[in-house]
Design a protein around this ligand. Structure first.
Ligand code: NAP
Length: 280
């Protein structure tokens, strides 16, 4: 038996044997494999969830937010380490609107600030661009594109469908964004999105999206890895979001555990699991 982990450590519960691991570098040191044979890109996603599967709750005043206590600096560190591997971050219109309204913080750049210096170095050492490109999925094209993307010279690709308002497609094109109409719509299919982005040479795509994109990624079999932070907390609530909506997934929803870490030092009185599942 080993001594209890320090505040800088987590316990690797799987694969066995159990051992202590340093939190910082846990996901940076992972070797994300190249895309599977025949797959245009490696696609991975990350969610933070409660024990009862809540990823967001809606207040009495109608505002939707991440469940209280589920995010913390340790989860944030690993979120950034996953970003470090990405050639392209995939986000969506809902996030850009939440960012513009101030209800969510900025997660479109990686390795900024003193606590991200090692992540910036990690990318530079591997010959990666300082910042990943950004793909924005949107059906409505109601997109307040943040200035930070131009400030950090990040290529921006807007992916939509033929059902989107024509005037907005034109306006975004005139504003200099790469706008790609992928299919009839109303929603962009993950398979189409991956093909478009792989066509730009992006081999690692990090889905920073929500239930809608996760659903199509699982149904289309394009998701390779699903990272979960599972807070040791039951959230409840009348109105909430979970990782997925829509019809039952069946076999497309089967995933295989590849790593599980226990983090007892998450802050406050409760801990969290960091889990990684192989999909597809
Ligand atoms: N805990 C977590 O890890 C986590 C992770 C993700 C989200 N969340 C939270 O969960 C709640 C719901 O997530 P969400 O806002 O991401 O919901 P969502 O329903 O998956 O996406 C919201 C919007 O993004 C655009 N979009 C998403 N997928 C698209 C596709 N395939 N094609 C075209 N447009 C697409 C659409 O906006 P437009 O067409 O109108 O532009 C859509 O209405 C939010 O409160 C969010 O903050 C939590």
């Amino acid at each position: 038996m080993f001594s209890p982990p320090t505040s800088r450590e987590v316990v690797q519960l799987f694969p066995l044997p159990a051992r202590k691991r340093r939190l910082e570098g846990l996901y940076l040191s992972e070797s994300l494999p190249p895309p599977a044979a025949g797959a245009p890109a490696l696609v991975y996603a990350n969610f933070v969830t409660s024990l009862d599967g809540r990823i967001a709750v809606t207040d009495a005043d109608g505002a939707t937010r991440l469940p209280e206590g589920l995010t913390n600096p340790r989860d944030w560190r690993l979120f950034q380490e996953l970003q470090a591997h990405a050639d392209c971050l995939v986000t969506h219109g809902g996030y850009l609107r939440a960012l513009a309204s101030g209800s969510l913080g900025n997660v479109l750049q990686v390795g900024l600030g003193a606590d991200g210096a090692d992540i910036a170095r990690w990318r530079a050492d591997r010959g990666m661009t300082a910042q990943p490109a950004v793909a924005v999925l949107s059906a409505s094209l109601d997109l307040p594109v943040p200035d930070s993307l131009a400030a950090h010279r990040q290529p921006v690709h807007v992916l939509t469908t033929a059902a989107a308002p024509r005037d907005r497609i034109e306006a975004l094109g005139e504003a200099g964004f790469d706008v790609v109409v992928t299919g009839p719509g109303p929603w962009v299919r993950s398979r189409d999105a991956v093909e478009v982005l792989a066509g730009h040479g992006y081999r690692r795509l990090y889905l920073q999206t929500g239930p809608r994109m996760l659903e199509t990624a699982l149904r289309d079999g394009v998701l390779s890895r699903l990272y979960l932070t599972i807070g040791h907390r039951v959230v409840g609530g009348e109105c909430f979001d979970t990782m997925l909506r829509g019809a039952v997934l069946g076999e497309a929803g089967a995933v295989r555990l590849s790593a599980l870490y226990l983090d007892e030092a998450a802050g406050g009185e409760y801990g969290q699991f960091f889990a990684c599942f192989e999909a597809g």
